[in-house]
Design a protein around this ligand. Structure first.
Ligand SMILES: [Zn+2]
Length: 264
């Protein structure tokens, strides 16, 4: 290869979009960073003791990082909970009430119970806390509580600025990455919630979080009217507020949950 061609080839390689299967690095870190601002003294101390010398944000993506390791394969289905198309919020809650699947809802409840156990083994505690931080983030990404028939939008193909991708990926990362903010800048930019609103959100059940996320996913599906619909600036303009609200809600919910687990 001629030098110029070689340089072009290498730079094209690195310009390829990074694909993921959950709120990307950015989304998970924003949720965790916001949550840290609302921790009680006890929760902050406990989280610090468990995670050691790195922030919640830096631990928020561990559950995605270990996906390539076969011995952690069993965790793959912990990241989402899918539903049949057309289910109402009430249907969703009814389903969750008797849910026994290996999904985000059942596993979140498992993690909460385990983390409340003070004699839990140290290594397990760390793994479970990392999973909890991650999964709370995931279930605020609308396409993580979406339709099972299209794998949460993974099989709904769209064009993003002329490139073929899918609806799941748009909501995981493309929409928010477009803001071109670091996770700390992003968290700071959207972390505006009144005390009354915060308290109201923290009183909600996990089933309610999922039902709200699911309803957003139904709106998102309704916005896709043709195969490989072209999405670009207008889509960002119309949807970024929803994504930001979900990141904020995720952070507030996560803080409420950790305060409940570790005591106020
Ligand atoms: Zn995930």
């Amino acid at each position: 290869m001629k030098p110029l061609k070689k340089i072009l080839f290498i730079s094209l390689f690195f310009a390829l979009p990074f694909s993921s299967m959950a709120w990307g690095l950015l989304g998970h870190r924003v949720v965790a960073e916001i949550a840290e601002t609302y921790l009680s003294i006890n929760a902050r101390e406990n989280v610090k003791k468990i995670l050691g010398d790195s922030s919640m944000a830096l631990n928020a993506n561990w559950a995605d990082f270990i996906k390539s390791e076969p011995s952690y394969k069993y965790l793959d289905s912990w990241h989402y909970v899918d539903f049949k198309a057309g289910m109402s919020c009430e249907d969703v809650k009814k389903y969750l009430a008797t849910d026994t699947a290996t999904d985000a809802y059942v596993k979140l409840n498992f993690l909460i119970k385990e983390l409340k156990n003070k004699s839990l083994d140290k290594e397990k505690k760390k793994m479970y806390l990392r999973l909890l931080i991650h999964i709370v983030g995931d279930i605020h990404q609308p396409m993580h509580a979406a339709h099972e028939e299209d794998l949460g939008g993974n099989k709904v193909f769209v064009q993003w600025f002329g490139q073929k991708t899918n609806l799941h990926s748009v909501w995981d990362s493309k929409l928010i990455d477009d803001q071109q903010l670091s996770y700390t800048e992003y968290a700071k930019a959207i972390n505006y919630v009144s005390t009354i609103q915060k308290q109201a959100w923290q009183k909600e059940s996990i089933a309610q979080w999922i039902c709200d996320t699911h309803e957003l996913s139904e709106n998102i599906y309704a916005g896709i009217k043709e195969p490989e619909q072209k999405l670009s600036y207008r889509y960002i303009y119309d949807n970024i507020a929803v994504a930001n609200q979900q990141l904020l809600k995720g952070g507030v919910h996560l803080a409420g949950l950790l305060n409940e687990i570790f005591g106020n």
